[in-house]
Design a protein around this ligand. Structure first.
Ligand SMILES: [Zn+2]
Length: 84
């Protein structure tokens, strides 16, 4: 049986998909029974995904795309106004 410390040590490897079937299965069993570790791994995964998206300009976060669209609309409106 894995301890909570084992889970913490392997959480990032699990999220990266680096663990083999048996290791991953043991960790998943522990996560199913241990709320603390399951929250820890979920949080780590969320942080990793945010970091991955932030370092990849090809995949902007949704709200950033919305911001850009809003800025375009605003500047178009301003140009329209200055023309009249
Ligand atoms: Zn645990």
């Amino acid at each position: 049986m894995l301890s909570c410390k084992d889970i913490a040590d392997r959480a990032s490897a699990l999220n990266d998909g680096e663990l083999s079937g048996w290791d991953a299965l043991q960790i998943r069993l522990h996560l199913a029974m241990c709320k603390g570790c399951s929250r820890f791994v979920a949080q780590m995964r969320a942080t990793d995904q945010l970091a991955a998206r932030a370092s990849d300009p090809g995949e902007p976060l949704e709200h950033e795309a919305d911001d850009r669209r809003l800025t375009e609309i605003l500047s178009t409106l301003r140009k329209e106004q200055s023309r009249h």
